[in-house]
Design a protein around this ligand. Structure first.
Ligand code: SF4
Ligand code: SF4
Ligand code: FES
Length: 218
């Protein structure tokens, strides 16, 4: 164990562990959407977990920083909050909100982040992109691309649970979308083990098990 200072408070953490995880474990909340503690190499795609590190000129994504003895970290300066607000609003501009039909509504990470950053959930600065992306039908679940925030957590857990991941990211930029490689296949011959780790990992309920379709109220 080593000692680090976060927002003026000294905490103990395992050397080499993720700085983000160490902070979360000590009740220091840093907004995050694309990190899972099992990840050795986080994708760093959401950019919400940025912190200021003593000795670093620019803010860094804390999920990808390894804890080292004597680190001095700030997680909540006005500059960080401003950068996080811009990134969060960009994410929200591509997220189709339908809270009343969403399985995440009682433990919504987006709502928690909006509260932490003191911003509205609906973007005001950026228009909602309003992507009209059709629901993808997998034999075991529905994938709702318009709700997906492209955090890639589902890709990671699918890769962990299957020799060959059954989910993949296709196209680029605004057009990016998660796809199931076995879409349309005979359910009895599917390599998918119906582990539903992807459903569990998705922070916005963009993957909905077919058996629970009625829960969505659609
Ligand atoms: S994930 Fe989106 S749609 Fe679901 S409750 Fe949160 S803000 Fe609402
Ligand atoms: S489907 Fe869910 S878990 Fe997968 S990338 Fe989209 S938001 Fe993330
Ligand atoms: S949680 Fe670190 S970049 Fe997304």
């Amino acid at each position: 164990m080593v000692s680090i200072t976060v927002d003026g408070k000294t905490i103990e953490a395992e050397e080499g562990s993720s700085l983000l995880q160490a902070c979360l474990d000590h009740g220091i909340y840093i907004p995050n959407l694309c990190f899972l503690k099992e990840m050795d190499k986080p994708t760093g795609s959401c950019r919400l977990c940025i912190v200021e590190l003593e000795g670093e000129e620019k803010p860094v994504a804390s999920c990808g920083v390894k804890v080292k003895e004597g680190m001095v970290v700030r997680t909540d300066t006005p500059h960080l909050r401003q950068l996080q607000r811009v990134d969060f609003q960009l994410i929200m501009s591509a997220h189709h909100m339908e809270c009343k039909n969403c399985l995440s509504r009682k433990k919504c990470e987006l709502q928690k982040i909006a509260k932490t950053l003191e911003v509205r959930l609906k973007p005001t600065k950026f228009e909602e992109l309003g992507r009209d992306l059709a629901v993808l039908k997998h034999p075991c679940f529905d994938l709702l691309p318009a709700r997906c925030i492209l955090c890639r957590k589902c890709l990671f857990v699918c890769g962990q649970n299957n020799e060959k991941p059954l989910l993949r990211l296709v196209r680029n930029g605004y057009e990016s979308v998660i796809e199931a490689t076995c879409e349309g296949e005979d359910p009895d011959k599917l390599p998918c083990r119906y582990c539903l780790a992807c459903v569990e990992a998705c922070p916005v309920s963009a993957i909905v098990p077919v058996a629970r379709e009625l829960d969505r109220g659609v």
